[in-house]
Design a protein around this ligand. Sequence first.
Ligand SMILES: [Zn+2]
Length: 133
Amino acid sequence: MTAINTPHKLAWYYGEPSKYSDLLNGKIIWKASILLGEGVGIRFYSNNEPRPIKHQFLIEFENHTAMGAAIQMYGGMGSFLDGELDLFGHAGGYKTILCKNTVNKPCPACGTIIKKEAYIGGSIYYCEKCQKL
Ligand SMILES: [Zn+2]
């Protein structure tokens, strides 16, 4: 897994992209989450096909195929090993999109900054553009 191979001013990464390799290498894909937002061009590469020289996100699979992502104008990318547990207590089985880790970061759908507000004794995280009242 390679992130930030080619720097791009309008490429946003969730968390620390230098840690994406540790999150994804050797993982079964449903235990790790990959987020590629609007504006990210995704391409599949067969096992004989040369990989792109310029990209912002490249994942090599065990069968020697790959998925590459490049920013066209702007876009957000991320990789997570979700800390939330599913109903059976398995980490990564329940994927949160908006949470304490994404507050003040761009919405994966539209790029608007994610807000946090107090609500009934807890906190809510939302995109005011995508989640209008
Ligand atoms: Zn949004």
